[in-house]
Structure formats: C-alpha cells, structure tokens
Ligand binder design. Sequence first.
Ligand code: NZQ
Ligand code: ZN
Length: 392
Amino acid sequence: MYNFQYFTPTKVVFGKETENQVGELVKACGCKKVLIHYGGGSVVRSGLLDRVKSKLDEKNINYVELGGAVPNPRLSLVYKGIELAKKEGVDFILAVGGGSAIDSAKAIGYGAANEGDVWDFYDYKRKAEACLPIGVILTLSATGSEMSDSSVITKEEGWIKRGYSSDLCRPVFAIMNPELTMTLPAYQTSCGCTDIMMHTMERYFTNGGNMEITDSIAEGLLRTVMANARILMDKPDDYDARAEVMWAGSISHNGMTGCGSDGGDWMCHKIEHEIGGMFDVAHGAGLAAVWGTWARYVYESCISRFNKFALNVMKVEDTGDDKKNALMGIEALEKFFTQINMPISLKELGVEPTDDEIAEMAEKCAVACGQEGGSARKLKESDIKEIYMRAR
Ligand code: NZQ
Ligand code: ZN
C-alpha cells in the first residue's frame, strides 16, 4: 500500500427533486452573480433549465447563461465563457448537464480566475492558481466530473484533446437526481456505464500499492454497474438502477477506488482521448472500442490483477491457470460491452483511421503521457501505435 491523500470537498445532494435546492445551495456560497452553463439543449427541452432559473429567482440570485457545450467540449466556447464571466462580474459557475458542460464550466472557471491563456494549463505549460467556485446539477452519470479534479477540453486548432487536473476545480456541490438521467438515449446510458467502469478499471490494473479494501470497493462497484446497466437496457425508467449507476459514477472518479495504489494506469483514457479529439466520438464508446485490445497487449505484465478481475468481477470459472483465466475475463467483459451495445473495435465505433492518422494519434498520445505511460505495462509511442492498429 502506498501513502495517499483522499480529498473530496464536494457536498453531494442526492435523490428525487434535489434540483429544487439549487437556490439555497448557491446562496450558501455567498456569490453575487452566477453563470449557468449547459450543453446543446437537453436541459432546455426537459424544462430543467427553467426550473433552475426559477429557483435562483426565488432567492434573488442574479445570473447570466451560456449554452452550447458539445460532447468533447471546445476551447472556443470556453474563451467565450471567460469573456462573458469577466464582463458580467461572475463569481460562481453552475454547470447543468453532463461531463461536457461541467468540464467546460471548470475551464471557464480557470480562465476567469487566472491571467493569460487558459489553454496553457491543458498544454502543461503552467499551473492554475485559482478557479471560480463550481456547482453542478448532473444529468448524465458517466464522467464523475461532478466530484473529480479533472476537466477535458478540445482545442479545435489541431484537434487536440487534453485533460487538466487540480483540486481547485472540484465542485462545491453536486446535485444528483437520478430521475434527471431518465431522458438519456440508451446509447448515452451505456456509454456512461462504460466510462464509470473504466475510471475504476484504470485504477485497478496497476503494478503497485494495491490494497484489499480498495479492491473490494472497486470490484463491488464494477459488478454493481454491470448489473444495473443490464437492467437499464430493458427498464430505462428504473429509479433504483439509475441511482446505483449515478452514485457509482461519482465514487468511481472521486479517488475512492484508487486509494493506496500507484495512481493507476490511465492508458485507455489517453488512447481514447486522441480518438475523441480527432473523430469526435462519444468518450465511453471510444473506451469500449480500445479496451480489449489494450488488455490483451498488457495483461501478461499485470497477470495477477487480470486474474483477480476475471475471478472476482467477471466470475469466470477458475481453470487453475492465471493466464487462461485472465483471457477469459477479458473476453467476458467484451461480451458485456456487446450486450449493452458498445463497440469493441474501432470499426464498430464507426472510425476507420488511416495509417497516417494512427501515427498522428500515437504521437500526440505519447506527448500527453510524457513519452511513456501506464502501470499495467509501460507503453511508448510504438506500443500505442500498435494498439491503435490492432483495435481497427
Ligand atoms: O448537450 P446536451 O443537449 O445536454 O446533450 C447531451 C449530449 O448530447 C446528452 N445529455 C446529457 N444529459 C442528458 C442528455 N440527453 C438527454 N437527457 C439527459 N439527461 O448526452 C450527450 C453527451 O453529453 P456529455 O456531457 O458530452 O457526456 P459525458 O457526461 O459522457 O461527458 C463526456 C466528456 O467528459 C470527458 C470526456 O472526455 C468527454 O469530453 N471526461 C471528463 C472527465 C472528468 N472531467 O473527470 C473524465 C472522463 O474520463 C472524461 O474524459
Ligand atoms: Zn472517462
């Protein structure tokens, strides 16, 4: 077990109709003007945005609004948000939506609270010293951004998708009403369940510092998400299944399932981010499309973890041969992805990159990892390129 810090300052307000508490929660932050930030319009169509505004009105809270955060949220909108926030004297950002709206809000929060170009943080040039406080009303269980320290932004020039992590952006509060996720298309629900699983799996397939309590939480979380993802395939309005998945999403990326480990592998995320940046795919689907290829490429360097995963999570029958078990576990998870209509190759994802595009993604990915990344197995640019090739 390695030393660790566990920091989760976000106040979670979970359950039915909790969005009605938004006025009190914002008021308690003592701010003067709120920027309500949202995505492409689902919160307008569902009536949630109007409900939120009326709750802010009731508490005499001033606000401006900015919609338009798209999946793989863009830097250009972040710049627009920063300009608006500065012009209007905004001192609090309320993100209403999924990970993209939240991440875009975090980036606006950095840009409004620091001098200079906000992209510098995502380009690893310097660190942020402040961030405007962020509040969240979550409408999609997936990224865990409602409690996480990260945000992921895509710069259109060169289509570079990069994440930046700092405790400064962890939301002050996260309102989580599972009912708000019932309007999601089935595909987005499955993408979300995949992403949630991957945030724990990235922390699970490591070669250092693992502890039993963390493993038990991680394995339980993975089994719970799979069971409830299956329920949601048939019953998208099942409140309890929505609630299980929603809370799993937060726990999976607030650090809980990585305590004591070496920080995690994270190569599937790095590999996917380049695909998302270049081809604009849904993040969870991109992860499912590369996971099996990555797993088969690295499992022999992390055999005890893949064996444990196969037995405790995928419940494969123990053959007495760790390697065989590991491969059966990988196959079983791919089968699950297929059952929830997730792709297990780039082709199924609808992406057919050329050799040149693969070389470009591998090069960018290696830059994002500092030339070498991963814990299950250390990967260099040539390995990453091979994984893209094999995932086609
Ligand atoms: O934009 P709107 O109109 O709201 O529609 C969205 C969008 O089209 C829709 N949606 C969201 N809630 C809905 C809904 N539709 C109907 N009913 C609802 N209740 O779903 C679509 C996808 O939304 P988006 O926010 O893009 O999805 P997600 O939450 O999966 O976020 C993905 C982004 O987060 C990043 C990903 O890379 C990607 O850019 N990530 C952020 C992380 C973090 N900050 O910690 C970690 C993750 O690993 C991930 O990288
Ligand atoms: Zn993710």
